[in-house]
Design a protein around this ligand. Structure first.
Ligand code: LHQ
Length: 272
């Protein structure tokens, strides 16, 4: 269910269950995590690009997955009042699949780009929003589908939404579960860019290629410092910046970047 390819130093991961709008099964979630682990440990990979096959990016958890599917009458659709509670199974799915996947994505040693090629719903939306730069095609959309089926946002949604768009808009998205078109997502600051559908894959690849030629370690520490800043006092953020800067200042990439600038040549970065 996951296609893996490499273009230069960019690892491309394509969710590939188009018949089910790339909904997450345990199989797909496991493959995604393994592919991210593999990209993280491959020194030749300097950026990761994630996208979906077909007309959707990802419809979130596959609700027909036998692990979590509640028991109901297939004919009438009525829920069996005597059914076994499924809370344990959902908790297990989060503990063993979603939490490790979201942490893996957020701690990648290389920058991550998401090309949202169609609807991104539930955990599919929040997995996309966990990437460093999110581009979306004009016909794409974001849906916090959880409230419609009696759940709370997961895969980091509560943390990401409040930080990306503020509490009022986070509440609007999370409570109503309405579809937010890509253009509005960009206007709200939920994503970096909305582009024409026909340009999405080439723009996302160009962005990932550009990042792959940049000083990887500095980019990843920039992500860490921006995320940490939300919980820091101003002075503590200054101190964190100074600590990171003094480490980076001794690393190859700073020396290379400064020397290349001063001698008017292209830099060749290599730290990861
Ligand atoms: C699907 C799905 C789907 C299975 C479309 N599953 N088949 C974590 C842990 C544990 C438990 C629960 O959740 C979580 C995190 C979550 O992600 S919860 C949120 C789960 N996702 C949703 O509730 C979204 C459900 N899907 C939709 O609302 C719609 O499909 C959207 C708005 C994404 C797209 O709508 P349409 O473009 O109208 O497509 P469609 O609804 O006709 O779907 C096409 C096919 O894909 C269809 O199958 P069929 O056999 O009838 O062609 C759908 O059943 C299937 N599909 N989402 N999540």
């Amino acid at each position: 269910p996951l296609l893996i390819s490499t273009e230069g130093a960019v690892r491309v991961l394509t969710l590939n269950r188009p018949q089910a709008l790339n909904a997450f099964t345990t199989g797909l979630l496991g493959q995604l995590r393994a592919a991210l682990d593999e990209a993280a440990s491959d020194a030749g990979v300097r950026a990761v690009l994630i996208t979906g096959a077909g007309r959707a990016f990802c419809a979130g958890q596959d609700l027909s997955d036998p692990h979590i599917k509640p028991e109901f009458d297939e004919h009438s659709g009525a829920v069996d009042p005597h059914r076994k509670p499924k809370a344990k199974d959902i908790g297990n799915l989060l503990d063993h699949y979603y939490i490790p996947l979201a942490l893996r994505l957020r701690s990648m040693p290389v920058p991550t780009v998401c090309a949202v090629n169609g609807v991104a719903a539930g955990a599919g939306a929040n997995f996309a929003l966990g990437c460093d730069l999110v581009l979306a095609g004009q016909s794409a959309s974001f849906i916090q589908a959880f409230s419609k089926i009696g759940l709370v946002p997961d895969c980091g949604g509560t943390w990401l939404l409040t930080r990306l768009v503020g509490r009022a808009r986070a509440m609007q998205l999370a409570l109503l579960g309405d579809k937010l078109p890509a253009e509005q997502a960009q206007a709200w600051g939920l994503i970096a860019r909305c582009v024409a559908d026909a340009d999405l894959q080439s723009e996302a690849m160009a962005t990932a290629q550009k990042l792959s030629r940049m000083p990887t370690r500095a980019l990843v520490q920039t992500r860490e410092a921006l995320d940490a800043s939300m919980a820091l006092e101003f002075e503590d953020a200054l101190k964190l910046e100074a600590r990171l800067q003094s480490q980076l200042g001794y690393a190859h990439d700073y020396l290379e970047g400064a020397a290349a600038f001063l001698t008017k040549r292209q830099p060749a970065f290599k730290d990861r």
